[in-house]
Design a binder for this molecule. Structure first.
Ligand code: MN3
Length: 256
């Protein structure tokens, strides 16, 4: 077989395998839909009525849309490789267990009792799904009046929030997240390691609990291609692409 024939045969085999894979997936989805009550994962809006497994959500903008603040290649790898891996690994960890039809929020609330793969990959899926929605190419979004009042009260204004949030992001040693949360009637800053988040019963015990209003990924994979070791510049760039409309909506949800 010459090289050209080999490539052609390989392509045909791959195409065939893809069809088989899709067919199996369709069959499993139909089987699941008929045997298990329908369940709606809030962060899984692609297929809300029949979602038996978690799916990678599409970004609400193009990979290059946040340039020059966040670069296209980082966004693409971060979303299509890192986030996709958390989704796949979470589905694998939940497959065939009694927790397979629970929402992310339900899983987070009891995560200390679940396998560490659910903690790492469930946290990864929740955190990144939130993170993408917190970013926008639209400039000039601002906190709502109510959120601004809460920021004023706790941090003395937006600059105070940015300074203290930046400290939380910089103080996180290694991989993790910085958070602004709403808890007990007030705003709180904290950070978590790895893919832990404020909804986890684990983090609640360590003082980083509450409803996450905004979170910043400070894993090196989120900034190293563009900023290398300069995490502080990445944190500064984040404010340029933060969607205050989304943060305000989450604040309204938390305080309703
Ligand atoms: Mn990440």
């Amino acid at each position: 077989m010459n090289r050209r024939t080999w490539i052609y045969q390989s392509f045909r085999w791959l195409a065939g395998a893809a069809v088989v894979h899709q067919t199996i997936g369709l069959f499993k989805a139909q089987a699941n839909a008929s045997s298990i009550s329908q369940h709606n994962h809030p962060l899984n809006s692609n297929n809300p009525n029949t979602a038996m497994t978690f799916e990678l959500p599409a970004l609400p903008y193009a990979y290059a849309a946040l340039e020059p603040h966040f670069d296209a290649m980082t966004m693409e790898i971060h979303h299509s490789k890192h986030h996709a891996a958390y989704v796949n690994n979470l589905n694998a960890a939940l497959s065939g267990t009694p927790h397979a039809d629970q929402t992310l929020e339900e899983l987070m609330a009891v995560v200390s009792t679940l396998p560490v793969a659910v903690r790492n990959n469930g946290g990864g899926h929740y955190n990144h799904s939130l993170f993408w929605k917190l970013l926008t190419p639209q400039t000039g979004t601002t906190p709502s009046e109510a959120l601004m009042a809460a920021i004023q009260e706790k941090f003395g204004g937006l600059d105070g929030l940015k300074e203290q949030f930046g400290k939380a992001a910089m103080a996180r040693f290694g991989s993790g997240w910085a958070w602004l949360c709403y808890r007990d009637g007030a705003l709180h800053l904290c950070s978590t390691a790895n893919q832990d988040n404020p909804l986890m019963d684990i983090e609640n015990e360590k003082g980083c609990g509450g409803f996450p209003l905004l979170g910043l990924d400070v894993w090196e994979h989120s900034y190293y291609l563009k900023f290398q070791n300069r995490r502080a510049e990445y944190v500064t760039a984040f404010w340029n692409v933060l969607n205050w409309d989304e943060v305000s909506a989450r604040f309204a949800q938390a305080t309703r």
